[in-house]
Design a protein around this ligand. Structure first.
Ligand SMILES: Cc1cc2nc3c(=O)[nH]c(=O)nc-3n(C[C@H](O)[C@H](O)[C@H](O)COP(=O)(O)OP(=O)(O)OC[C@H]3O[C@@H](n4cnc5c(N)ncnc54)[C@H](O)[C@@H]3O)c2cc1C
Length: 521
């Protein structure tokens, strides 16, 4: 039977949660999440959330810092809007129960991160994301107007295409009526119908072998919108965090914060030699993208699997006091970072591009909104400034909710939607057909479409991906649907978009570095 709601929200991270809490005062909301409510990228965010609070900080400084980080490819109007609306949304998070650390005077304890000219990062210890997720999830669970559907995997958006009508990509009049989703506990495919739908499915870090993103980050929303003939942009800009703990097989990779380098940690090759001075006069304190490229180059040239972050010369007690979580984590792999160097590698971290939206979070498909990491708003340009993603998510969720609340007054539920046409009757003979292709996709992207690219590498990646695409489509057509198969298919779609957009950008800028186009100095 169809499940009918005013609002449908796909994703339970900060974007989905905050949209839901606002929309739920105006209608019934269904929130779908493919795992449980708490397993999101949001829960893993450590550093904090950026907003201007006290002088000497100003909106203009935050705006300029964002645009400089984004290599002037940001949309200035969007940056101004997000920065100016940020303080109101921070207050909203506090009203919903999120706690941020304060000094004894009662003022916020603001941190400063790379690229920020002022202290402006609100945080809760070193687990800010989890604190926000905890507070908002508790409210969602008790809200009478919200039905949470955990372990429900959204497969595809429902559009006119499902009514047998032709949908074109350009000048599209496509409308979204809801989504088909697999109940992962019963394996039934449900039809969710809505007046307005929000895609808030987060990033796609699992395209790469090493990522800080949890397993949920497979770009599902972007792939769904692309298949429904929506518009996707800026996919070539994938941010890598320079230092995650090298611990093969561990997913997600554990993030080693930049603050450790700020504290005096020095990057070294496996034979103990410093190398960052060869790449930038700021050495180990150079910006994220430069450090990530330098590490990548050293590893490739030397054939090593990792480099070291050396903190052994720093005061042991201070280190343990300031970085207790990192200390504990390193001990689990037998590394006491007061005595041993920490093995680190860059890890795929944040997707700047995604589903194109306007300033109200509207996509190019009617009745469909997107917010959070899955959306491309114009805020990040060619490189995201640290701690700007949580604030972008909450500002856009607010704008999308306000717009959707108005829009649903004039639309009706589309009732004549057919049930999901489950053509597949068989289970794949062997799961390995899916899991091996998943690994191959990750290897292709890590080696050819990672931190440093070239025209030849991109072409090679496209050719390889084509083979896996064909195999996977065949499997998809004849098999019973599973989460694993759908995620693989989505990663292939997202990967295709990254390669195509990377090929189209004939320059090196920000996060897109192609050795065939040396950056202009
Ligand atoms: C280790 C780490 C540290 C970070 N630190 C910071 C930081 O300090 N500051 C900052 O600003 N940003 C940080 N980020 C980035 C930030 O956390 C994310 O960009 C942000 O949380 C994304 O929120 P979201 O709501 O868009 O998506 P997410 O929080 O990722 O939520 C996505 C949701 O979508 C659901 N979903 C996905 N696909 C489907 C599907 N097919 N069907 C149903 N549900 C689906 C998932 O189950 C999940 O509920 C960090 C990220 C990581 C990984």
């Amino acid at each position: 039977m169809n499940k009918v709601y005013d609002f449908l929200v796909i994703g339970s991270g900060l974007a989905g949660l905050s949209f839901t809490l606002k929309a739920a005062d105006y209608g019934k909301v269904a929130m779908l999440t493919k795992v449980d409510l708490l397993e999101t990228n949001t829960s893993y965010a450590q550093g904090g959330i950026a907003a201007v609070t006290y002088k000497p900080d100003t909106y203009n400084k935050h705006i300029e810092d964002t645009i400089i980080a984004g290599n002037n490819l940001c949309n200035r109007e969007v940056v101004e809007m997000v920065v100016r609306e940020a303080p109101t949304e921070i207050q909203q998070l506090i009203d919903w129960g999120a706690r941020f650390d304060r000094e004894s005077s009662g003022k916020f304890d603001l941190a400063k991160e790379g690229g920020h000219s002022e202290h402006r990062i609100l945080h809760h210890k070193d687990n800010t994301g989890y604190e926000i997720q905890r507070a908002l999830s508790a409210r969602i669970r008790s809200h009478p107007n919200v039905d949470v559907f955990e372990y429900h995997f959204a497969i595809d958006l429902i559009t006119q295409h499902h009514l047998g009508k032709l949908v074109k990509r350009i000048h599209s009049d496509t409308e979204c009526y809801g989504v088909y989703a697999i109940n992962l506990k019963t394996h039934e495919i449900n039809t969710f119908l809505s007046k307005a739908t929000l895609v808030a499915t987060g990033g796609a870090g699992n395209l790469y072998t090493t990522t800080t993103n949890p397993l949920i980050a497979t770009g599902d929303g972007i792939a769904m919108v692309y298949r429904a003939k929506g518009t996707v942009e800026n996919m070539e800009f994938f941010q890598f965090h320079p230092t995650s703990l090298y611990n093969p097989g561990e997913r997600p990779s554990f993030l080693i914060t930049e603050a450790l380098r700020g504290f005096g940690g020095i990057l070294k090759t496996v034979d103990g030699k410093e190398f960052m001075h060869k790449y930038d006069k700021r050495s180990s304190l150079a910006p994220r993208d430069i450090v990530a490229r330098a590490i990548d180059n050293e590893m490739k040239v030397r054939g090593d699997d990792y480099v070291y972050l050396d903190c052994t010369h720093l005061a042991a007690e201070e280190l343990k006091k300031n970085f207790p979580n990192i200390y504990e984590k390193c001990l689990t792999i037998g590394c006491d970072f007061t005595k041993d160097m920490i093995p680190v590698v860059p890890a795929a971290h944040y997707l700047c591009g995604g589903i194109k939206v306007d300033r109200n979070g509207k996509t190019w498909i009617k009745r469909l909104y997107a917010a959070g990491e899955t959306a491309s708003t114009g805020m990040h340009g060619a490189n995201r400034l640290a701690s700007n993603s949580l604030i972008e998510a909450v500002v856009y969720a607010d704008r999308a909710a306000k717009d959707a609340i108005e829009q649903i007054k004039n639309v009706e539920i589309q009732n004549n939607i057919p049930e999901w046409d489950d053509k597949g009757t068989t289970h794949p003979e062997e799961m390995v057909l899916i899991t091996q292709n998943y690994k191959e996709v990750q290897q292709i992207f890590s080696v050819y479409v990672g931190i440093v690219r070239s025209n030849l590498r991109l072409k090679r990646a496209l050719d390889r991906l084509e083979i896996i695409y064909k195999e996977t489509e065949q499997l998809y057509r004849k098999s019973k649907l599973s989460k694993q198969l759908c995620e693989l298919r989505n990663l292939i779609n997202v990967g295709y978009l990254i390669i195509k957009m990377a090929m189209r950008r004939e320059e090196s800028i920000g996060l897109h570095y192609n050795i065939d186009y040396p950056p202009s100095v």
